[in-house]
Design a protein around this ligand. Sequence first.
Ligand SMILES: Cc1cc2nc3c(=O)[nH]c(=O)nc-3n(C[C@H](O)[C@H](O)[C@H](O)COP(=O)(O)OP(=O)(O)OC[C@H]3O[C@@H](n4cnc5c(N)ncnc54)[C@H](O)[C@@H]3O)c2cc1C
Length: 369
Amino acid sequence: MLEFDLGPELEALRTRARAVAADGVARFGRFNDSWINGYSKEFAQVMADNGWIGMGWPKEYGGHERPPLERVIVAEEMIAAGAPIAAMWFADRQMGPTLIAYGTEDQRAEYLPGMLSGATTWCIGMSEPDAGSDLAGLSTSARRYGDDFVVNGQKIWTSFAAVADYCYLICRTGAEGSQHKGISEIIVPMDLPGIEVRPITDMTSNRHFCEVYFTDVRVPAANLVGVEGDAFKQTMVQLQHERGGIDRLVSNRALYDLALERADRSDPRVRQRIARLETGYRLGRLLVYREVCKQAPAGFSAATKAYCTEHEQRVADFVADVFGADATAWDDLGRGIAYAPAYTIMGGTSAVMRNILGERVLGLPREPR
Ligand SMILES: Cc1cc2nc3c(=O)[nH]c(=O)nc-3n(C[C@H](O)[C@H](O)[C@H](O)COP(=O)(O)OP(=O)(O)OC[C@H]3O[C@@H](n4cnc5c(N)ncnc54)[C@H](O)[C@@H]3O)c2cc1C
């Protein structure tokens, strides 16, 4: 079977990360889907103290310039153990790299240190009630008045908006031209007047989702990231950070490990399913490694995301079968299994990932609209 021999240095890092993850679980609790449901500012601080936020960022911006596989290994160990990394995750995965790529020096100086120390939490304001998959259809507006933008509109499914210090807002600053024009990215401090956050409790009783209402929120124009009215390409790059990572493969690995302990391995059908899932983990890891090492074709993260998150759903099915009636008790295990439909929705649905793969990567003809 395909195994990666990563060498003694990376294995030593894995051992250290595993120990820190176990300690984090002991101190702050164990969370299925820990990168999205395990929120702990204290553990974010632990990650920072270990140099595990901004691992790949350039040193000139406070990062650690470590090879990409090191971040994969640390993240995999954290998520697999259920350690609560959600408070730092979006900033580390997405907002930091975006500011490094498109922000001004002032913005980098202002925001990156808080991310790197684990002190600030960020939320992502993309989806709206009428614009999810069709992100270019968003209507939250930011109109320029002097040195400010004035923001009006509504976001939904904004994970951690209720506790975030900043929202990375995707909004419309102009209406001219095609739907993809006129989109901008703006950093919005969440304590500004005119922001109302309404948490949503999902069916698994998790509460990271929020609706966020913006009413005449004045945001300094200096908070614009990148090109005004032409940020759709920036947003697409950001989504690539969101789609090709190890978090898309091992979200429910903690549940899988529990199921392995309980599974009846004397049953050949169970052994076959385990073999399939183990193969799935290895293929998924190969896809993720290619993404993070920048060896995958442009846009391929859509395929990686679809493959890996569908694998996570097969894992949830397996866990449910292994635990049988016990899985229906509404405890951590049952809620973790029930969370699985989210994997192929968040970050873009599998149907949309297949469209991207077909149209943009393989160059197949587009369906007439
Ligand atoms: C756990 C979780 C966390 C999330 N966190 C955030 C967050 O922090 N910030 C944020 O902004 N958003 C967040 N989201 C929202 C997420 O990005 C959207 O749910 C997702 O993009 C889908 O959009 P939608 O829900 O509006 O569904 P829709 O776009 O309405 O899709 C409905 C159905 O139609 C299908 N469909 C739509 N368009 C097409 C098409 N062109 N071709 C084929 N099928 C299509 C979809 O596959 C889906 O089955 C989160 C979602 C989840 C589940």
